[in-house]
Ligand binder design. Sequence first.
Ligand SMILES: CO[C@@H]1O[C@H](CNc2nc3cc4c(=O)[nH]c(N)nc4cc3[nH]2)[C@@H](O)[C@H]1O
Ligand SMILES: [Zn+2]
Length: 372
Amino acid sequence: MTRFNWTCESTDGAARAGMLHTAHGPVATPTFMPVGTVGTVKAMTMDAVRSTGAGIVLGNTYHLMLRPGAERIRALGGLHKFMDWPGPILTDSGGFQVMSLGALRRLDQDGVTFRSHIDGSEHRLTPESSTDIQHALDATITMCFDECPALPAPPEAIAASMRLSMRWAARSRQAYVQREGYGQFGIVQGGTEPELRAESVKALTDIGFEGYAIGGLAVGEGQELMFATLDTTTPIMPQDKPRYLMGVGTPDDLLGSVQRGVDMFDCVMPTRAGRTARAYTERGTLNLRNARHATDARPISPYCDCLACSRHSRAYLHHLFRANEILGPMLLTWHNIAYYQRLMRQIRQAIVEKRLDALATTLRAEWAAEDW
Ligand SMILES: CO[C@@H]1O[C@H](CNc2nc3cc4c(=O)[nH]c(N)nc4cc3[nH]2)[C@@H](O)[C@H]1O
Ligand SMILES: [Zn+2]
C-alpha cells in the first residue's frame, strides 16, 4: 500500500512543484481540484473530468450527509465507487457550508445545529460526526471540522473563532481513523491577523496532520488582503507538507498563490462560469451569450484540446446558450476545467524550469490583452 506523503520535486522562489502520493493514486502539485459537491462535477461525466488531466476532486460533507446520506454511500461502497472516480477525493468538513447554506444555525462550543436547505430537517455537526461522515464516504483526504468567520470582523472575534477551531481540530484528529495512503488536513484560521495565523499554525503542527489548509479566506476580503495573509502564513507552515488554499480562485489568484507557496486549490468558479456562458481563456474571460459571438466560427481557444474547442465554434456555444440547451453548460464546463488544468500544468513546468516569474509576466499580459 502507498504511504500518504507529499514530495517536493522543484522550487522556484516560494513556489513548489511536487507529487502527492495517496491510496487512490498520485497527484502532481500545484493542483486544481474540480468541485464535485454532491458527488458530481456539475454538468461533466467523470471521464470528461479525467480527460482534462484533473487528478483529484472535491466533495462536501454538508451536501452528501443531507442527500443521499453518508450511510447510504458507505453501504454502496464509498464515494469513489458511487461516483465512479477511482482517483483521490478530498471532502470538506461541512462547517463552512453550514454557515453559507444551512438555515437557522446554532453554533455552540461543541458543534453546530442547523436545518437542511433542502427540506428543513434538523441536523447537527460536531468534529466527531464530521470526521465519521468523511470516513463513511471513504474520503482520501479528510478536512478538520472548523469554523470560518465572516470577514471583516474585530480581532477578538477572529481570535475566539480561531481558538474554537483549534479545539475542534484536536477533536477531529482524535476521531480520525488512520489508514495507509489516507490523510487528514488541519485548517489554519486567524483571519488576516499575522499573530493569530501564527498561533493557529503552531496549534495545528503541535497536533500533527498530513497536510495543512489555509481557511478563512476567499470570503470577500479581496486579493490584496488574501495575498498579504499568504505572505505571512505560508512561510511559517511546514515546508514538507502540502498546503491547500480553500475556495480559491481565479487564474490570477492561483498564479499569485502558487508564487506564495500554495500547492492545492479548489474553486466553484470554472464550473459555475461554465453554466453561465462565461468562458475562461488565455485572453481573459468571454461571455458567450454576447451577440458578437453569434457568427464566430473560431474555437473558444486555439490552445485547447477540449471537446468544445476541438469540435465546435464560439457561434455554436453562443447558439446553445441562447437556446438554453443542456449541451451548452456541459461543453463550456468541460472547457473551463480543461483551461484550469492546462494552466496548472504550465505553472508546474515553469517551476521545474525555474522560470515562473517570466511565465507570470506573460500570463498577466495575455489575460489583459484583447480577445483574438
Ligand atoms: C468567494 O466565493 C464563494 O466563497 C466560496 C469560496 N471560498 C471559500 N473560503 C473557504 C474557507 C473555508 C474554511 O475556512 N474552512 C472550510 N472547512 N472550508 C472552507 C471553504 C471555503 N471556500 C465559494 O463557495 C463561493 O461561493
Ligand atoms: Zn476548450
